[in-house]
Design a protein around this ligand. Structure first.
Ligand SMILES: Cc1cc2nc3c(=O)[nH]c(=O)nc-3n(C[C@H](O)[C@H](O)[C@H](O)COP(=O)(O)OP(=O)(O)OC[C@H]3O[C@@H](n4cnc5c(N)ncnc54)[C@H](O)[C@@H]3O)c2cc1C
Length: 336
């Protein structure tokens, strides 16, 4: 198996950061992964998917393992559901399109999210009122130290808002090999979030369909978010923070236009983009690092920014939001 040295990661991260990996290999099955895990155990490893939620702040002095495990297979079905097992290296949006073609409902709201299937449970990706945990059945993951495969069900994954057990307790321990999703044969559409209904009206959609919802989401996303092929970015850089109801009411008396959504546990989720915008960052640019002009939550690389420059900008943003609102933002992007 090929092990490349001093390998540029620029084409492998959507921020377009020119960091180098000491070693780089791609694997497309578990045997290759086992071989890599055996031969290179002394080096720190990093599992790479589509590179759309990471920021390299320096060269990576270890072994980057790119997960290229492919394959999509319907493994079971009953009256209500189909069960589809997907290789971690499959592109997420291509999988969404495959489901739409087959009339399998459940992930159309997650259309056009960059990256690969393997990171979808890792991050518990979400958009437009849907999170991947709602269609998740189980996954197989390889433990890099023990060199064995384990199955994780919904409970095992401990999903939270852009969180899972793989980002906390088991950070950097497991490689997701494949994910099985449970998709609906009988559609349960969710169009209540954000501008989805308005977009469907504008599209003059008569009968709702999976394809129409997907297209509405694609239209909204392309009008708001920068295309990483044109401007480097990793989507939302920060998570939306939550505060207690009392704290929200207090903030609301000072900042009347503040936006908040009630969580299941009664806390209030604030819009991080709004907080950042109120601090004057929207459209800000310093060198090639910036805050996107249409969406303050997205930090961008206009060309030659280093990961360090993007990180420093994120620090300044964090500090100013804390000073103005007394609220701590948390980064959603994985910093390496
Ligand atoms: C323009 C844009 C829009 C975005 N919009 C959204 C959005 O709406 N909702 C949302 O949730 N996210 C969004 N994102 C973030 C990103 O697309 C998701 O987090 C995506 O799931 C990352 O997948 P990836 O394959 O690129 O992961 P990577 O960036 O390669 O990796 C992310 C993390 O997962 C780990 N990882 C990746 N694959 C595996 C694996 N097989 N096994 C173990 N660990 C693994 C990596 O080590 C890393 O820690 C957006 C990003 C961009 C650029």
């Amino acid at each position: 198996m090929q092990i490349q040295e001093n390998f540029s990661l620029k084409p492998y991260n959507t921020f377009g950061i020119d960091a180098k990996a000491r070693h780089f290999s791609a694997f497309s099955n578990i045997e290759q992964l086992k071989e890599l895990a055996t031969h290179h155990s002394p080096l720190t490893t990093f599992i790479l998917g589509g590179g759309s939620n990471i920021l390299f702040t320096k060269d990576f002095d270890g072994h980057v393992l790119k997960n290229d495990i492919r394959g999509i297979a319907k493994i079971n079905e009953d009256d209500e559901y189909v069960y589809v097992k997907v290789g971690a290296g499959e592109n997420w949006h291509q999988f969404v399109l495959f489901c739409i073609q087959n009339n399998w409902q459940g992930i159309e709201n997650l259309s056009l999210i960059p990256g690969n299937v393997g990171a979808s449970p890792m991050q518990n990706i979400g958009a437009y009122g849907v999170e991947v945990r709602e269609v998740f059945l189980e996954l197989n993951a390889f433990h890099l130290q023990e060199k064995s495969t384990q199955k994780f069900n919904l409970v095992d994954c401990e999903f939270g808002y852009r969180e899972s057990v793989f980002k906390r307790k088991y950070k950097d321990q497991f490689v997701v090999l494949d994910v099985t999703y449970r998709l609906n044969k009988i559609p349960r559409y969710n169009t209540s979030y954000g501008a989805v209904e308005k977009e469907l009206e504008q599209m003059k959609v008569r009968g709702l369909s999976i394809a129409a919802i997907s297209q509405a989401i694609i239209n909204i996303r392309t009008s708001k978010l920068p295309d990483p092929a044109v401007i480097g970015n990793a989507g939302s850089f920060f998570k939306n923070p939550s505060v207690s109801k009392e704290r929200f009411e207090d903030l609301k008396t000072q900042f009347q236009s503040m936006i908040g959504y009630e969580n299941f546990d009664g806390t209030i989720k604030l819009a991080a983009g709004w907080l950042i915008e109120q601090c004057g960052w929207k459209g800000f640019r310093k060198g090639d690092a910036g805050c996107y002009e249409k969406q303050a939550l997205v930090l961008v690389n206009y060309g030659k920014a280093t990961g360090g420059e993007i990180y420093d900008l994120s620090e300044e943003i964090l500090r100013s939001v804390r000073n103005k609102f007394g609220v701590d933002l948390e980064r959603e992007v994985n910093i390496i």
